[in-house]
Ligand binder design. Structure first.
Ligand SMILES: Cc1ncc(COP(=O)(O)O)c(C=O)c1O
Length: 542
């Protein structure tokens, strides 16, 4: 801007407000809006492509310095074009480039680019699939895609889907905001099924937990799940009045999957106590930390024998069902009563979207709510049986993505992730300073850095000295992970758990999630090289 030129004063007025809401009528305003969209699509796209690194090097302290203004300004500060430019130039470079092939630390990655277009359409249509009056065909599309994924999981007969795909009386599942709310919905249904209305008792949903426990002479309600379950299940325990300490952690076996013997033992012990009821058993298809799949078939059998509700948290692993090569890893999922799958994970959809499915199309009656102005009894409103109220039409994104890529397209992504993770595990094992902790079954693996001199010491020392060395190894892994994150070129995450049940302390492990089709073995080798380099520069005092 010319130095002498006065900045245009921006004032909130009715006229400018009208222009924001009214659609562009003339060629000039159409062109301006198109320019803005171009700015978003290509400005951000260029950023994501050119900034291979994960994030600009900047501390949180520095970042927060510019974000301490707590006053809302009365008049506009900036024009839309300047706001968009600011976001692209100043905010995006300081965000995390989760699309980078070097970003392999979490369950968020690059998306097919058309997802941006589809999400834009959803925003432009702004349908609310809570009710038919604000969504119409989108509710119908949602029911169809729910039936398609239900079929993928449960594979019922053709006439079953013919009957339920658009039925107004039954529900095969629901879209949710994510895995957390999907798991919550599943256990909400499980709890209510266990205490449904009976004679004078109106059901737990009406009566509440205190009256229910009193009526059935109980003092404890529990859910059984392996110790590495996602913490959303604990939240569910809190929200449903079960108590999060009653989400009972079953130990894992030497393969880091639920220990079936321990599960059976726990079921037996808990069932012998007449004051305790088991609301559900949960199996994990792709644990958050290791990506491993519980033995779902065996778990289903155990649940059947004990008449227990069986939920499978396949938030991560669900889409593996699309892969002809690997779907067998989820064998037994069809015997679950309910299944969680996230869309914003391996369906490569934008934040935030998940799904919950029930084998029995009447299950969701357990959580039906009506009101006078919408969701009236007998209406087709999907919102009658969902935890969420107003909801965007994410089903259209999944429906379109499956049209664009087909199940084969998704299978290629899944197969690439698993194949690359296996190659990565081989590479880790070749290098002396690394130790693989959990081999990849899907596309997640964990490993850690153990300098060779510490490795040999570990074999010789007493238990107490061993603990000291383990603490030092933990410290090394934390420092390397942190330094790599700070350097901003690549990112792996870290977690901690006991590597074996005989360990006295938890080990810090590095965790990799390989889902971007651009992440290949050469990139992974570079990431290991960088970690080796950081290690050589660390000041380790043994
Ligand atoms: C196995 C599993 N379940 C549930 C969740 C929770 O999903 P969300 O973050 O979408 O709520 C996650 C998230 O990482 C997960 O890995």
């Amino acid at each position: 801007m010319d130095k002498n030129q006065k900045p245009i004063e921006l004032i909130a007025s009715w006229d400018t407000l009208q222009r924001i809401f009214i659609r562009p009528e003339d060629e000039a305003s159409r062109k301006t809006l198109l320019k803005y969209m171009e700015q978003i699509l290509f400005g951000l796209h260029d950023f994501l492509n050119t900034n291979v690194g994960v994030t600009e090097e900047i501390s949180l302290k520095e970042l927060t310095r510019d974000f301490k203004n707590t006053l809302i300004n009365k008049d506009p500060e900036k024009k839309l074009t300047d706001v968009i430019t600011d976001i692209i130039d100043k905010i995006a470079p300081k965000a995390v480039n989760v699309a980078s092939p070097y970003f392999i630390g979490h369950m968020t990655s690059a998306m097919p680019f058309f997802m941006v277009h589809l999400k834009t359409i959803i925003t432009a249509l702004n349908q609310n699939v809570n009710k038919l009056e604000t969504s119409k065909i989108l509710s119908v599309i949602e029911k169809q895609i729910l039936a398609k994924i239900h079929r993928l999981i449960f594979n019922k007969k053709e006439n079953f889907y013919h009957k339920h795909v658009q039925s107004i009386d039954t529900s095969l599942g629901a879209f949710t905001t994510g895995g957390t709310t999907a798991n919550l919905t599943a256990l909400w249904v499980a709890r209510n099924k266990l205490f449904s209305p009976y004679q004078d008792f109106e059901g737990i949903e009406n009566e509440g937990i205190a009256k229910t426990m009193q009526t059935f002479s109980l003092d404890r309600l529990v859910v059984l799940v392996q110790e590495r379950a996602h913490f959303s299940l604990k939240k569910t325990g809190g929200l449903l009045g079960i108590g999060n300490k009653n989400i009972i952690p079953i130990p894992v076996d030497s393969k880091h999957k639920i220990n079936l013997k321990e599960l059976e033992k726990a079921i037996k012990e808990l069932s012998n106590n007449k004051k305790t009821k088991i609301a559900a058993v949960v199996g994990i298809a792709g644990t958050t930390e290791t990506g491993l799949v519980d033995p779902l078939n065996d778990m289903a059998q155990i649940c059947k024998e004990n008449s227990l509700f069986f939920h499978v948290d396949a938030a991560w692993g669900g889409p593996v069902l699309l892969s002809e090569k690997y779907s067998h890893l989820l064998k037994g999922i069809a015997n679950a009563d309910s299944v969680t799958i996230d869309c914003h994970k391996q369906f490569y959809m934008p934040m935030t979207s998940g799904m919950i499915y029930f084998k029995d199309p009447l299950s969701m009656d357990q959580i039906a709510y009506h009101s006078n102005y919408v969701n009236r009894p007998g209406s087709v409103d999907i919102g009658i049986k969902t935890l969420e109220g107003s909801r965007e039409a994410n089903s259209l994104i999944l429906d379109s993505a499956l049209k664009i890529m087909g199940s084969r397209g998704y299978a290629l992504l899944i197969d690439h992730g698993i194949k690359t993770a296996k190659e990565f595990a081989k590479e880790i094992k070749k290098r002396k300073i690394f130790e693989i902790i959990t081999e990849p079954e899907l596309n997640i693996l964990t490993y850690r850095i153990v300098p060779p001199d510490l490795k040999s010491k570990l074999k010789k020392v007493s238990k107490d000295q061993k603990e000291k060395i383990e603490n030092l190894i933990n410290d090394i892994n934390i420092k390397v992970q942190r330094k790599q994150r700070e350097q901003g070129k690549s990112f792996v995450s870290r977690t901690r758990f006991k590597i074996s049940k005989y360990d006295r302390i938890e080990s810090v492990v590095l965790r990799c999630v390989i889902m971007s089709p651009m992440t290949d073995i050469n990139i992974l080798k570079e990431i290991l090289d960088e970690q080796e380099d950081i290690l050589t520069r660390l000041d380790i005092k043994i």
